[in-house]
Design a protein around this ligand. Structure first.
Ligand code: ADP
Length: 357
């Protein structure tokens, strides 16, 4: 009969590319059960959104099946998301990710919504907090416009709404249309404070914050109020947007928040008639910026009519057509974000981190 040590030895050829160590040394292999020729075990990853999950399963199956005495292999892939080290600020929330942009209109909210839904599709527990008090677009994009969250005034608790597997909260659910537009600074700050402290999220692996656009005091205050694990900067390829993105990265750097990477939105125009792509906003800007700041371009998202239409309809493209090319880009982005967070949170296992912060 095969021994547990043979199985561990066979599995130790599988190297996690992010941690540069084998999955046995990393402690990912759990619950080995041997019943005659039948072998079962669990591989527990640091995120359900791991981009190499299926590859690990395939390699593990191949390695263990090749052992003599093994007739059947049953692998369970599971995950336990690691929390931002010593930084937990919102009860139950393991990681907070700010989705930010140097200026408005670059597609920050569209990216945040699709990213959150794509992350939830991996089985992760996900929340989305709309911190854009003056222009909340999460209710509409999440198909929840007009819905009201439950509020427990006595205990000062707000219960998030949920759609597409994502819990969300927005000022747009709490006040009548556009009312917040006329608020002055202190009111905005107090509303934001409530969204940060009074929402009962339950257990979340990832909470995305759709940040207000820009790089002023409001954004800085926000990053100081909650311990942000890292930020995803959204920009278009145009010079002016890149310039604003640069200001954003500088601001987060000052606030000592790691930049997980840059998303270049409206990267190419995909013609809805012939499908041809054209780089109408020029090319290569995000790459140059990422080199300068020693960070990475996490995704190039095309300027695509269906992305806009689905967002307007309240069914993000990732939820509406999960197998589409556009959805796959957001799903890959979710994998990249989860990867970066895992690397940041597991720095103690001695891995090269090419991120600032
Ligand atoms: P921001 O949050 O940066 O102000 P939004 O996410 O609200 O920007 O996007 C602005 C507009 O651009 C919206 O109408 C949205 O549907 C559209 N949009 C965003 N990203 C894309 C894209 N990749 N392709 C097509 N339209 C997009």
């Amino acid at each position: 009969m095969v021994a547990e040590s043979d199985i561990l030895k066979a599995l130790s050829i599988i190297i996690d590319p992010d941690f540069n160590k084998d999955i046995v040394s990393l402690g990912f292999v759990k619950n080995i059960l041997i019943d005659g020729g039948k072998v079962a075990f669990t591989i527990e990853l640091t995120t359900p959104a791991c981009p190499v999950k299926e590859e690990f399963r395939r390699q593990a199956d191949e390695a263990v099946s090749a052992l003599s005495g093994v007739e059947a292999v049953d692998i369970t892939m599971s995950s336990k998301v690691t929390a931002s080290q010593g930084k937990q600020g919102i009860p139950g929330v393991a990681n907070i990710i700010a989705v930010a942009s140097g200026k408005g209109g670059v597609g920050k909210s569209t990216t945040a919504v699709n990213l959150a839904v794509a992350m939830a599709q991996t089985g992760a527990r996900v929340g989305l907090l709309d911190a854009d008090i003056y222009g909340p677009s999460v209710p509409r994009m999440m198909g929840l416009a007009g819905y009201k969250p439950e509020i427990d005034h006595e205990n000062k608790s707000i219960f998030p709404l949920e759609n597409y597997g994502v819990k969300t909260i927005s000022i747009g659910y709490l006040v009548e249309d556009d009312q917040a537009m006329i608020w002055r600074g202190p009111m905005v700050a107090s509303a934001l404070g409530q969204l940060l402290t009074d929402v009962v999220w339950g257990e979340l692996d990832y909470l995305f914050i759709d940040m207000p656009p820009g790089t002023g005091d409001a954004q800085l205050t926000l990053t100081q109020k909650v311990p942000v694990t890292g930020t995803v900067m959204v920009t278009t390829p145009q010079d002016i947007a890149l310039l604003d993105c640069r200001k954003g990265i500088e601001m987060f750097k000052k606030a000592r928040v790691a930049t997980l990477g840059i998303v270049e939105n409206m990267s190419q125009f995909i013609c809805p008639h012939c499908g041809e792509s054209s780089p109408i906003f020029a090319e290569g800007g995000a790459e140059r910026l990422s080199l300068e700041y020693k960070t990475e371009v996490l995704a190039h998202i095309p300027l695509d009519m269906s992305i806009r239409i689905k967002a307007d309809e309240g069914t993000p493209i990732v939820a509406a057509v999960p197998d589409s090319e556009q959805a796959k880009i957001y799903q890959a982005l979710a994998g990249e974000v989860a990867r970066k967070i895992s690397i940041l949170n597991n720095r103690k296992i001695d891995i090269p981190v090419i991120m600032q912060g």
